[in-house]
Ligand binder design. Structure first.
Ligand SMILES: Nc1ncnc2c1ncn2[C@@H]1O[C@H](COP(=O)(O)OP(=O)(O)OP(=O)(O)O)[C@@H](O)[C@H]1O
Ligand SMILES: Nc1ncnc2c1ncn2[C@@H]1O[C@H](COP(=O)(O)OP(=O)(O)OP(=O)(O)O)[C@@H](O)[C@H]1O
Ligand SMILES: [Mg+2]
Ligand SMILES: [Mg+2]
Lengths: 222, 222
């Protein structure tokens, strides 16, 4: 499904070049559930942004279903809206839209508006009581759960999550990971989840560790 | 040092009243290191905002060193700038200032500008190489560490941290908690840290658990 060949992402600064990704070669098959671990600054967010098409590698190749994911920005945007669900490290919710509207918007952008489905996923993550509030009127963990619900409301082929449970207590994390894993198994969604919580490996089929922009280890686990 | 008497924080919405804090009575002595735990939505951020003076209770009383923390907004702002260091759940860094400038600004607002001290705390959290970059040019965990460095750069009497290590891997978390605990013991800083990571209790003298806006348990631990 996904093939990265010697992908590099460099930032050329005044005094130095930052090698955020320094030669990543990876294959990801459909239906895999990958946990991506690594120290702060090791390149996890950068890798997810390249996989989602939000960022473009400086060198190397990225193939999705055998087709090179490059081309102009509009093609990339269409690709992403159609195929990718993304839970961002800082959620990226629209502050002027309610919780429900934030979910509906993502559905509309991929032509799948469905109010019942939107309410259903919000209810699965425990937010049925908050659907008409704005992001500024709910807690940090509630905002994170809106971001999670939003990412699965449009049935993406590929689900990317960055620090998926960083703001959630143990009990809510477990509930949310169960909801996600079930939804992904049911719809055969491929997932790559960044986390610092090693205990989430139990929901995965494969654990990849990054260090300084390179793959340090890559193991099947389930 | 801090006394909360039956503090409530209600949000009156169209269809219901949200009781974010529902009667909190607590005393905090100088030098205590408190870990504040509780499920998502239980009132932790709201409690920190009341303690810092960023928010005002709807009912009840808040005394700091025996003086009621109310009064006009300017008095509260002076109180906070003078006494409180705060690591926000979403960091609140200024995007147009560099990492170093973000730290210097907080020092200036409390009349304690000290470039050497600013560089020292940034180095303690492993960011000496990033001081001239902007928040948008560093990773999530690096941003969190800027927020942490910023909070101790002005030697506050009271240090509040919301999800202090939510975006940090285990190794970086431990390093940062050691830096903080050492700085707080050395300067006798009182701390209240919100976290979902129960393992951080080993750095604390007391563990308070919230549930639905109330104190569920409150135990000395060290
Ligand atoms: N502006 C607001 N209007 C209405 N309700 C609010 C507002 N801000 C917060 N709340 C509600 O108050 C309650 C407590 O929120 P708070 O942010 O303190 O929780 P928290 O313990 O920090 O949660 P988390 O662990 O998810 O960050 C939640 O039910 C939240 O939805
Ligand atoms: N716009 C940018 N300009 C320069 N360097 C950058 C930029 N964005 C990221 N970096 C650097 O690239 C490296 C990787 O960043 P990335 O955000 O991918 O790390 P991460 O693994 O997600 O870290 P964390 O766990 O802290 O979120 C870091 O050293 C970071 O400082
Ligand atoms: Mg990141
Ligand atoms: Mg909170």
């Amino acid at each position: 499904m996904i093939q990265l060949n010697n992908v590099k992402r460099h930032y050329v600064m005044a005094s130095e070049t930052i090698k955020a990704l320094d030669g990543i070669t990876l294959s990801i098959q459909e239906g895999e559930r990958i946990i991506l671990l690594g120290p702060s600054g090791s390149g996890k967010t950068t890798l997810l942004n390249c996989i989602s098409g939000l960022d473009t590698p400086t060198y190397g190749e990225y193939l999705f279903d055998g087709i090179s994911v490059t081309g102009n920005s509009e093609e990339l945007t269409t690709f992403r809206r159609k195929n990718v669900g993304y839970v961002f490290q800082f959620f990226n919710l629209l502050q002027d839209l309610t919780v429900l509207e934030n979910v509906l918007l993502i559905q509309e952008l991929s032509g799948q508006r469905d109010v019942n489905r939107a309410k259903e996923v919000l209810s699965l993550v425990g937010l049925e009581g908050e659907i008409d509030r704005f992001p500024s009127e709910i807690s940090g963990g509630q905002q994170q759960r809106v971001a999670i619900a939003r990412s699965i409301a449009k049935n993406p082929k590929l689900l990317l999550g960055d620090e998926l449970t960083g703001n959630l207590d143990t009990e809510t994390s477990a509930k949310v990971m169960n909801v996600l894993t079930e939804a992904c198994q049911k719809e055969n969604i491929t997932t790559v989840m960044v986390t610092h919580d090693e205990s989430l490996a139990k929901y995965a089929t494969r654990v990849i560790r990054l260090d300084s922009g390179k793959v340090k280890s890559d193991e099947r686990v389930s």
